[in-house]
Design a binder for this molecule. Structure first.
Ligand code: CO8
Length: 152
């Protein structure tokens, strides 16, 4: 897939600060399939530094995990319905109902990090996703999300 999962979001759901392609002030995170899992790459600017010099504040880490998690949920749900994003039906949209994060070690700024997502379970409108954020191959944070399909 060359287009990011977020590139398939309908226009009206594309203003998210973390991942909306139409929000020029936001992070515009992009998530992709990688086999049966998902991946996003991002370099945190030094202005998001936190308590530990040279490292990011926790909210920034949570923001990246949050947006990658809901994008992953949309992709997992789509594939479970038997089609890929962009094929036919408009992709379903998910919001975060619950997100837990374990901060294992400081996350560096100014260096590319990867965020990965793995499907844990899918039940009706609920998708549980296991998430990890790593820098240089070392996991800095782990997350677990319950994403719920948005009801319009
Ligand atoms: C479209 C947006 C695109 C960008 C997304 C980027 C990521 C984000 O930052 S999203 C923003 C942050 N999240 C939010 O603002 C969500 C706020 N919460 C809500 O709107 C609602 O509580 C919502 C939509 C999650 C669920 O409400 P609703 O659609 O009425 O469903 P509801 O029946 O209450 O719950 C559905 C199921 O999820 C379960 N559930 C809901 N919340 C939780 C929770 N916190 N913990 C555990 N289970 C939960 C319910 O028990 C229910 O389970 P079951 O079907 O087995 O009975």
């Amino acid at each position: 897939m060359t287009r990011a999962i977020q590139d398939y979001y309908p226009e009206r759901f594309s203003h998210c600060f973390g991942c909306g392609r139409n929000n020029p002030h936001g992070h515009q995170l992009k998530s992709y399939w990688k086999g049966d899992e998902t991946i996003a790459r991002f370099t945190i600017a030094p202005m998001y530094s936190g308590g530990v010099p040279g490292n990011a504040y926790g909210g920034m880490v949570a923001s990246l995990i949050d947006c990658h998690g809901t994008a992953s949920a949309a992709a997992f749900a789509c594939r479970a319905q038997g089609h890929e994003l962009g094929e036919g039906a408009e992709p379903v949209r998910f919001v975060t109902a619950s997100l837990t994060i374990d901060y294992l070690r400081p996350t560096p700024v100014g260096k590319e990090v990867t965020i990965t997502g793995r499907l844990m379970s899918l039940e009706g409108r609920k998708v549980r996703v296991a998430l990890a954020l790593a820098a240089g191959g070392t996991v800095c944070a782990r997350g677990e999300m319950l994403a719920v399909q948005f009801r319009e």
